[in-house]
Design a protein around this ligand. Structure first.
Ligand code: SF4
Length: 237
């Protein structure tokens, strides 16, 4: 018998985790990367959370949400770490919900298995793929993320790429270069989000955050690469 999926939490209602749809968010526990700016460090360990429902309980509850919710979003941590994710998506799809995924793409083989079920993906881009290790602290992370992005683009899944940026992790030139890489690859929508101190456990990152990063000229150079671009600034207290 397979072990139960490891659930880190459930948000029963969200209007901001799947563009234009009312969704619930299932957080899967575990992540192979260790980004210093992670604002969900409690979801990095691969363990069922005591306060979270079991997956079979969530499925029973979802049956009562038909007609009330449009979509189920799988988030994390890194949801692709869960070996049963394709089966979970199959079960959710059978109930009539759309499926969203928040992922950094650390398991391209599992992403490929999930592709037939995906309606929308929010894909976390850490940096230029050659520089991933600086953010994730894991060797080879850029290669698997790049492979996953290629799968998503080839699979023609509705896609939003998003990057959390910090002046200690990204230079302005690197951000422009990254935008060029993504644009050339075929990414249409890109969101840059400033580092948020909430949840971050690295004081050095919190102390070196800058209010005016990146500069307007950098944002303008990035914006012109995409059909749709958004910058989400965060005020640093
Ligand atoms: S990939 Fe996401 S969940 Fe994993 S450590 Fe980085 S920010 Fe946190």
């Amino acid at each position: 018998m397979k072990p139960a999926p490891k659930i880190g939490g459930l948000v029963p209602f969200s209007s901001c985790d799947y563009p234009g749809e009312l969704a619930c968010v299932v957080f899967l526990a575990g992540c192979p990367w260790r980004c210093g700016y992670c604002h969900n460090p409690h979801l990095q360990a691969r363990e069922q959370h005591d306060a979270a429902p079991q997956w079979d309980e969530i499925l029973i509850w979802l049956k009562t949400r038909r007609g009330l919710l449009d979509a189920v979003v799988f988030s994390g941590g890194e949801p692709l770490i869960e070996p049963q994710l394709p089966e979970m998506m199959h079960a959710v799809k059978a109930l009539g919900f759309k499926i969203g995924l928040h992922s950094g793409g650390s398991y391209p083989k599992r992403l490929q298995e999930c592709l037939p079920y995906l309606d929308w993906v929010g894909f976390d881009i850490k940096s230029d793929f050659m520089l991933y290790e600086k953010v994730t602290a894991v060797t080879g992370s850029g290669a698997v993320a790049s492979a996953s992005l290629k799968l998503l683009l080839a699979g023609k899944v509705a896609l939003e790429c998003r990057s959390t940026i910090h002046p200690s992790l990204h230079s302005e030139d690197e951000l422009i270069h990254l935008a060029q890489i993504l644009s050339k690859a075929g990414v249409q929508r890109y969101v840059l989000q400033s580092f948020r101190p909430a949840g971050c456990i690295e004081p050095a990152l919190i102390n070196s955050a800058q209010l005016h990063f990146p500069q307007p000229a950098t944002l303008a150079a990035i914006e012109q690469q995409f059909a749709s671009f958004e910058f989400v600034p965060t005020l640093v207290a």
